[in-house]
Each structure stands twice: as structure tokens, then as C-alpha cells.
Write a protein of this length. Structure first.
Length: 350
């Protein structure tokens, strides 16, 4: 029988296979309300992890700016914003010698991100020769991973992935970046995880890394730096009349609410068999994906956000849509001059 190390050593990935795995690892879909996936960039640079000193000893909480530096940017100006918006957590659970810790959380009116650290109590690496794929993403997966934040009546979308914030120490990190189409409310978050695996070369085989069930509860509360840009303007979207209901932006994310004055009708047969039909793909593009969205920066550059995810909610005679998500890096809103949605430009005044 092969040893664990021998099995690990046999894993080899082409660049194409790495990219495919990254796409699969990053995707987190919403409900068929309809939630649309958001692909966020994964990066792996040095950041401090939460330290636990001895049994029963106090937990040393790392500032949120350090925790999120490898996820949302580590420049001094970004760290200052992350420290202002983020909240260190330090809650953890241990099962079968493996501890998962919620390091820090950051959020706003509609979006949040949580970084978790995973480490063995004996100080050994979780898995030997664990090399990252593209963009620093590690080929790991849980049987189940869910952070429930008490959102009801809506759908959410975003990304989740593993990375190594500091290769000089044995823990690895797991981050969830999620956006809801209904406002977030303060409360208690419950994070549940089950069985950690390393993905095999064909992305179907799963090699056990840590078996167990972990449950962590922590305060779901953070300063909200969101600002609301006024709506009410009408525009044309693929020959349909639409109304921009409003835009919400913070240094973390953006959310655009608009209503198309035409009811989208899904293909019921595709709903039943779980496969998206050509009709549904065309309607998704017509009502949602084709909506132009961009940030106009003070330095004259433009950031295209048209590919962000969101939700489509058909109602009688109309379709309510929401497009948005977490930025790849935290933004200083003083560097954003305006937001443009379907030709409508709204000034941003922090």
C-alpha cells in the first residue's frame, strides 16, 4: 500500500488543469431565484494568523488589516480601511486534533468576507507537499462548508477558496466572500465544516486530509461604511425599459438594484431537470449579464464590473434584478469619482 506522501508525490497538474481547478474551487452559486456566480481573484501573500497559546490560554487576536492583507490588499491605505471596517474574531472549534478558527470578519450593507485558519494541534502541516494552483489557490475541499449569517428571503453568491497566508508556519487559510441580495442584519453567524480533502488530479478523487465536524459561532456584526447613490433614472436594456432603483457602494463591495419593466419567464423544463437551457442563458444575458457597470476612478482609469454576479427575480409584469459583489481589493472611496450603470453616471461622495 502506498504511503500518504507517495500518493501526494504522484499528483501533477498542467497549467490548464490548474486553471480548471481554480474555477471549480472558487465558484459559490446562489439560489435559482436566480443567483449568478461571482468569480473573485485569489491571492496568496504573507499575512499574520491568529495565535493560540497553550491549553486554556488567551487567544491573541490579529488585527483585521493583517488578516485580510492577503485577500483584499496589504498597502498601508488599504490596511487602514480594513482595520476600520474589519473585526477580529478568534472563535474556534477542535475535532480529531485539527482546529478551525474564525480569524476576522469584514462586511457592509450587503456583503461580507470571513477568513478562517486551519491547523493541527501537534504543529504538523495539514498535508505534505501541498502546492498552490493558479493565483495561490490550494487544491483542498470540504465535504461541507457553510457560514450561516441569518439571511432570509433572499439569495447569495460569491466565492470560497483555500490559500496559505504564511508558508513559514503550518496553518492554511480558508476565505468566504459573499454578497446577499437583501440587506444583512447583525446577529450570530454559525460556520459548519465537515471533512477536509485534497483534490486528486482528475478533480473527482478526494484524498482525506482531516476528518471531523467543526462548528463555530461568532458575532456577525461590523461597521458599515456603505453609501447609497440615488436612483430613479430610466434607461434602455436590450430594447426593454428599466429603472435604476439605486446603487450601494462601500470600500468592500457594490450593489446595483434595477427593475426591468418586462417579466422574464424561465424554461420550466430546464428548471425540473436542473440544466440551464439555451432560452434561460439568453434571458440571463438579456436581463442581467449585459448590464454595463463600471467605476470611474479619480486618476482617469475605469474598472469594468459588468461580470459581477447577482440575482434575477421575475414578478408579475416586471423583473427585479440586483448586480454586485465584493471587489478584488479594498477601495478608498475617495479615489472613486463615480459609478456608471447603463450610461447613467452617479457621482461618489464619501
Amino acid at each position: 500500500m502506498k504511503t500518504y506522501r507517495e500518493t501526494m508525490d504522484e499528483l501533477r497538474f498542467t497549467e490548464q488543469e490548474k486553471e480548471a481547478m481554480v474555477d471549480r474551487l472558487l465558484e459559490r452559486g446562489g439560489s435559482r431565484r436566480k443567483g449568478l456566480n461571482l468569480r473573485c481573484a485569489a491571492v496568496a501573500v504573507a499575512a499574520a494568523a491568529v495565535l493560540t497559546v497553550g491549553a486554556g490560554a488567551a487567544v491573541v487576536l490579529t488585527p483585521a488589516g493583517e488578516v485580510f492583507a492577503s485577500v483584499l490588499g496589504g498597502a498601508p491605505a488599504q490596511t487602514e480601511i480594513l482595520d476600520r471596517m474589519g473585526v477580529p474574531v478568534g472563535a474556534s472549534d477542535t475535532h480529531n486534533g485539527v482546529t478551525i478558527t474564525a480569524d476576522a470578519i469584514i462586511g457592509d450593507a450587503y456583503s461580507y468576507a470571513v477568513v478562517y485558519s486551519i491547523a493541527r494541534e501537534d504543529g504538523q502541516p495539514l498535508a505534505e507537499d501541498l502546492e498552490p494552483l493558479g493565483n495561490g489557490v490550494l487544491p483542498l475541499t470540504f465535504d461541507r462548508a457553510d457560514t450561516s449569517v441569518g439571511v432570509t428571503g433572499g439569495s447569495s453568491h460569491g466565492s470560497a477558496y483555500f490559500y496559505d497566508a504564511d508558508p513559514s508556519e503550518p496553518s492554511i487559510q480558508y476565505v468566504e466572500k459573499m454578497t446577499s441580495d437583501v440587506p444583512l442584519e447583525p446577529g450570530t453567524a454559525t460556520a459548519s465544516f465537515r471533512n477536509l480533502y485534497r483534490m486528486g488530479k482528475d478533480f473527482q478523487d478526494k484524498i482525506p486530509v482531516a476528518e471531523g465536524k467543526w462548528k463555530i459561532r461568532f458575532q456577525f456584526s461590523f461597521p458599515d461604511s456603505s453609501i447609497r447613490l440615488p436612483g430613479g433614472q430610466t434607461f434602455q436594456l436590450n430594447g426593454m425599459e428599466a429603472v435604476l432603483d439605486g446603487v450601494t457602494i462601500s470600500p468592500l463591495s457594490i450593489q446595483v438594484d434595477y427593475t426591468v419593466k418586462e417579466e422574464l419567464v424561465w424554461d420550466n423544463q430546464s428548471q425540473e431537470n436542473g440544466r440551464e437551457s439555451e432560452h434561460d442563458r439568453e434571458q440571463s444575458y438579456r436581463f442581467f449579464e449585459s448590464l454595463p457597470l463600471s467605476l470611474n476612478m479619480a486618476d482617469g482609469s475605469t474598472v469594468d464590473l459588468s461580470s459581477l454576479g447577482g440575482s434575477i427575480d421575475p414578478e408579475t409584469g416586471r423583473t427585479v434584478c440586483r448586480k454586485g459583489g465584493v471587489f478584488e481589493e479594498i477601495l478608498d472611496l475617495s479615489t472613486v469619482e463615480s459609478v456608471t450603470v447603463a450610461g447613467i453616471t452617479l457621482p461618489v461622495t464619501p
